[in-house]
Design a protein around this ligand. Structure first.
Ligand code: ZN
Length: 424
């Protein structure tokens, strides 16, 4: 059977699960140990780093180094710490925690901004990862391996056993073969709901690729509205955050009042029942905002992918823009970054093209004659200038439409260059 990385198509599936009290305990044990294993790895490497700086190491230092080195795999770590030998502990969880730690280093080497892996704090969330094992007698499907569907309402998970599940996964279940389950994440969110996420892979596409539309479009993401495309269509900003903000503020006040009271009475927050109840209320409100944003972004991105073969957008300069506070709120509100991620994912899934280009001068250049504002003694356009007339050729522009046309052109140029390169 092929390995997951050798398969051509990927698909992510997230479903809500309803564990029993006993299963909840098992999830907590595994989540706690997953975090512990990760933190042990951080601690071991921090100590190794210090020890290896010793210039003329004594024998004790050399011994300690080899002891620590040997503890850096799941089996040796479990042998060293007794509580990791609990029979509820999923050994794949430990292997995955170590793998995630190594990936964090890999990520650090690629993008230094993210920082070296550090300790994971205890939080109200729980999560751990397990793997799906297929043996020779198993088929490549979702019904035979260590993680498997028992029927369309139940799932079997390692150490947890049979668990009830709900969600929109039934479309996938219709496919009897040719799907392999990869890494599986079991999690609990701050509002105490449980989920399972699965990575699926297959040699045949999970969705049908879309028919060609012969349409290309550039999109300008801006603050007055969510986006403007090069055909002049605009999508307004969603206002869900602003409508829910008052409600959220009120509930958050209540939460801090309860926190103060619990502290004043010398109770621990984890045991303060009213505080915990209110914490979940606030978490659900945050979750509501997140869902509304997600729905909006899904609608917009799906429409673009459905209607165009090629979509070009700007890559974000969010860290610069976030310095401006008024803009910052709109940006976090509308979630451009998530939008771009969705575009990338969906274009790959449906066989469309999506590229991003540098935002340099896209707003300031006249799409008709390519004159750039701010040159030859002209003033640069400011955020307030929503409409302008090109001083060079006299064309009247609506700023965002002009920008999205430039973005589309930049994208086409980029594609042409890439094509040239691949032919050369
Ligand atoms: Zn012009």
């Amino acid at each position: 059977m092929k390995k997951i990385c050798d398969l051509a198509y990927y698909y992510g599936l997230k479903m809500r699960i309803y564990p029993s009290t006993q299963q909840k305990q098992i999830i907590k044990v595994n989540s706690d140990i997953s975090r512990t294993v990760y933190n042990k790895m951080v601690a071991i490497d921090k100590e190794l780093y210090r020890l290896k700086q010793v210039k003329l190491p004594l024998d004790t230092v050399v011994d300690r180094i080899s002891e620590l080195e040997s503890r850096k795999n799941a089996r040796n770590m479990a042998n060293h710490y007794q509580y990791m030998q609990d029979k509820r502990v999923d050994s794949d969880m430990m292997a995955n925690a170590i793998k995630n730690y190594k990936n964090a280093w890999k990520l650090f080497r690629q993008v230094h901004k993210v920082g070296t892996p550090n300790f994971h704090k205890k939080s109200y969330r729980e999560n751990y990862q397990t793997s799906t094992h297929y043996t020779k007698k198993h088929n490549m499907d979702m019904f035979s391996a260590s993680v498997r569907f028992l029927d369309n309402k139940h799932l079997n998970l390692p150490k947890l056993g049979r668990i009830r599940v709900s969600g929109s996964y039934r479309r996938i279940l219709d496919r009897k073969t040719d799907i392999r389950i990869g890494t599986v994440t079991i999690s609990k969110d701050v509002a105490d709901r449980y989920f399972v996420s699965m990575q699926l892979a297959s040699d045949t596409p999970f969705v049908q690729t879309k028919a060609k539309t012969n349409s290309k479009v550039g999109v300008d993401l801006n603050t007055e509205n969510f986006l403007t495309d090069s055909n002049g269509n605009q999508v307004a900003n969603p206002r869900y955050y602003r409508t829910i903000k008052g409600k959220l503020a009120k509930q958050q006040c209540k939460l801090s009042r309860r926190q103060r009271r619990a502290i004043a009475e010398g109770r621990s927050l984890r045991e303060a029942k009213n505080y915990q109840k209110q914490r979940r209320v606030v978490a659900r409100l945050h979750d509501k905002i997140r869902n509304q944003r997600n729905n909006f972004l899904n609608l917009v991105s799906t429409a673009l992918i459905n209607n165009h073969d090629l979509v070009v957008a700007e890559n974000l300069r969010s860290s610069n823009m976030l310095k401006n506070h008024a803009l910052a709120m709109s940006i976090s509100d509308v979630g451009w970054r998530t939008f771009l991620q969705k575009m990338e994912y969906k274009s790959a899934l449906y066989g469309r093209s999506f590229i991003t280009v540098s935002p340099k001068n896209t707003t300031q250049t006249c799409n008709n004659c390519k004159f750039t504002m701010g040159t030859k003694g002209t003033e640069k356009l400011t955020l307030k200038d929503r409409e302008w007339t090109c001083p060079n050729c006299g064309t009247f522009h609506i700023r965002d439409i002009n920008a999205s046309k430039n973005i589309l052109e930049k994208g086409l140029e980029k594609l042409a260059k890439e094509k040239e390169k691949s032919l050369a």
